[in-house]
Ligand binder design. Structure first.
Ligand SMILES: [Ca+2]
Ligand SMILES: [Ca+2]
Length: 282
């Protein structure tokens, strides 16, 4: 907090920054906008500390343009990110859960040979204490697609607009693109975002995402880092061409892919964490 106050006082005195180095050292008359891109560039180069970068964001001095979330249900046919992929089960906005629920999803035998267990399904952070995955049982096996039924119980009535659980999808030789992950997790290989339950009044959407690939272009790079940074400072926007319901899932997919450290929140720590993916060539 002391550092932030110091920074605010420096900025209030009319000192403009020519670079991130200028933050801690020299003031100059030359005015240069501090952009998210320049902050992250300095951060990646190691000439700006994580603390300094976070301070820049927290005092609102970083300038950038708003961006639209990419549709959650679009998948590339010619690219495959090498970061971990997840299948997320996302409830419709405003859904109230009152008891136990059976949720079915499909996985092609080419990408999973054994039945996942309850411990393979990662309960959404926000549901901890409000829900638990009791069991996973195999359902019918048809055309190489296996149906798994997860039984999730809710000890008390709850309504939380976030992914109920996620499942890490294994890579295999059968997977060559983001599109493949979509179709190999849908009934009979026909890509679908629908997830079935034992209750017709409760619906879920499937969202397959690659951790860190928030722009959904099949890689994790600096563009993703910048978008996560832009999101942290409140620049994420719903695409006006999407419906209200679609926009809800679009934003959800972004937040899931951006929450690199799995905290349930997208914060500056995720901006730092995503750097590891492209710096390490993962
Ligand atoms: Ca990307
Ligand atoms: Ca996080």
């Amino acid at each position: 907090m002391q550092k932030i106050k110091k920074l605010v006082s420096v900025l209030a005195a009319g000192v403009m920054l020519t670079s991130m180095a200028g933050l801690s050292a020299n003031a100059t008359d030359e005015t240069t906008a501090v952009t998210m891109e320049s902050v992250l560039e300095e951060l990646n180069a190691g000439t700006l500390t994580i603390e300094q970068a976070e301070e820049m964001l927290s005092v609102g001095q970083v300038r950038s343009a708003p961006f639209y979330y990419v549709p959650y249900d679009t998948y590339l046919e010619n690219a495959l990110s090498t970061s971990p992929h997840y299948l997320a089960v996302v409830p419709k906005q405003g859904t109230t859960f009152e008891s136990s629920l059976n949720i079915s999803f499909y996985l092609n035998a080419n990408i999973v040979e054994s039945t996942p267990t309850a411990s393979n399904l990662i309960l959404g952070k926000r549901y901890v204490g409000h829900a638990s995955v009791k069991s996973v049982t195999p359902g019918k096996n048809s055309n190489g697609y296996r149906e798994f039924i997860a039984n999730v119980s809710f000890p008390e009535k709850c309504s939380i607009d976030y992914a109920l659980f996620t499942y890490e999808l294994p890579f295999s030789n059968a997977i060559a693109s983001e599109y493949d992950f979509d179709r190999y997790t849908s009934w009979r290989g026909i890509p679908s975002s629908d997830i079935y339950t034992g209750d017709d009044s409760i619906t879920f959407k499937k969202c397959v995402y690659s951790m860190g690939d928030v722009d959904r272009d099949g890689d994790v790079d600096k563009d993703d880092q910048q978008k996560i940074g832009d999101f942290v400072v409140g620049l994420g926007r719903n695409d006006p061409n999407r419906t209200t319901e679609e926009s809800y899932y679009d934003a959800m997919a972004f937040r899931l892919a951006a929450d690199i450290d799995g905290s349930g929140m997208v914060e500056f720590s995720d901006v730092v964490a995503v750097t590891k993916y492209f710096n390490n060539g993962k």
